[in-house]
Design a binder for this molecule. Structure first.
Ligand code: PLP
Length: 394
């Protein structure tokens, strides 16, 4: 099915060793999802019915009162906050982002003020709300949160992600207890977390997932939580949610992705990923100057990645340069390079085939063997500043 795809659309072929990244086309959608999307595209439907069916599936899988589909997880944050501000009052829905007469402050721990490709604080501002950061970057105590909540507070945002500061933050349970005791609803960004039930169980009022990450669905977002808030989220389609709306194909694709998640052989998939990692560990540990090990997922998703530490003194190049070197050649091999400044990158086995892992190891070896020949500068391992500077002439 993929034969000739890159040539046909004149795109550089890539091997994704990076994970489920929106900027790389997110995930490889499952065949039943692809089929359901294709089936839906020629059909007419009354959208509220489709969203109601989505709500039933979301409620079952997330142990939630209700749910709805949005454009993406980021849209879910903006829509969720809008819902907390307006409730079901349609005049308020149409008034946003002008928040005159509404509570509009959203508390968020400073260590959660991340960028996932766009700044999360901007997702708060989109519906007209105002972020209120609490605590220090690496320490938030209960009194910081309590002190940040005022009579203007309309919601609290909590982020579960490898992007956040991992230490010194309040656990979700404590965060939610404090917010709930003051009647402040808690929205949790769990865009790429595998656990569909635990965050609501820990006290979240709304959670927002990406349909196009671990769920292997189409570009979409899944909101789940309290019935009154989900109803208010859905109503935003007639307001600020309109430019973030999702079509029938996105909703049907997300429904099928959720149903497939229920049936998936999670243990079997994990075994295959582990075998792929073991292969990489075996091959790359033979390269002098690299220290290769397993890296568990920082937020406890069931993914183990391969960590490749680069000894710059012995190798003569650093981790950023090695990662950038992997892009040279066809296909481009894109490793997970968030931490190259700390001297390492990761190889993420999700979304990879066995052959992709062979290509990735080959490429790292080739770069190693060719060191000194044409080692790229590597300060921007994915080369995006160059791509964006020239765009659209690329
Ligand atoms: C990926 C991600 C997002 C954005 O998800 P989209 O569905 O692409 O909008 C938001 N927050 C976190 C923590 C993410 O990892």
């Amino acid at each position: 099915m993929t034969d000739g795809f890159y040539e046909k659309y004149k795109l550089p072929p890539i091997v994704n060793a990076c994970g489920t990244m929106t900027h790389l086309g997110a995930c490889s959608a499952l065949a039943p999802v692809v089929n359901a999307v294709a089936e839906s595209l020629p059909m007419f439907v009354q959208m509220p019915y489709l969203q109601a069916r989505a709500s039933e599936v979301i409620a079952r899988l997330c142990d939630a009162e209700a749910g709805c589909i949005t454009a993406c997880a980021a849209a879910g944050i903006s829509v969720g906050i809008a819902a907390c501000m307006t409730g079901e009052d349609m005049s308020k829905v149409e008034q946003l982002p002008d928040t005159t007469g509404m509570k509009n402050e959203v508390v968020v721990m400073r260590g959660h003020c991340v960028a996932f490709g766009a700044p999360i604080l901007q997702m708060i501002r989109i519906p007209g709300a105002k972020p209120v950061e609490v605590g220090g970057a690496t320490r938030c105590n209960p009194y910081h949160l309590e002190g940040g909540i005022t009579e203007r507070t309309v919601a609290a945002l909590y982020v579960v992600s490898h992007h956040t500061v991992q230490g010194g933050q309040l656990p979700l349970k404590t965060f939610a207890e404090i917010c709930n005791s003051k009647d402040v609803p808690v929205i949790v960004d769990v865009a790429s977390e595998y656990d569909l039930k635990g965050f609501l169980a820990d006290g979240a009022d709304l959670v927002t997932y990406s349909g196009h990450k671990f769920l292997s669905g189409p570009t979409s977002g899944i909101l789940a939580g309290r019935l009154d808030l989900i109803r208010a989220c859905y109503l935003q389609e007639r307001g600020i949610g309109r430019p973030m709306k999702v079509g029938k194909e996105g909703i049907i694709g997300a429904i099928v992705a959720l149903e497939e998640w229920e049936k998936r052989d999670h243990a079997g998939i994990r075994k295959q990923e582990e075998a792929r990692c073991a292969y990489a560990l075996d091959r790359l540990s033979k390269i002098e100057g690299l220290t290769v090990s397993y890296e568990p997922d920082p937020t406890h998703n069931p993914i183990t990645r391969v960590k490749v530490e680069v000894d710059e003194l012995r190798l003569g190049i650093n981790a950023a340069q090695l990662a950038a070197g992997c892009l040279q050649g066809i296909p481009r091999v894109i490793v997970r390079s968030h931490h190259v400044d700390l001297g390492y990158f990761l190889i993420d086995p999700c979304n990879m085939t066995d052959e992709d892992m062979v290509i990735t190891c080959n490429r790292i070896e080739e770069v190693y063997n060719g060191i000194g020949v044409d080692t790229p500068p590597g300060s921007d391992p994915l080369g995006y500043s160059d791509i964006l500077a020239k765009w659209p002439h690329i």
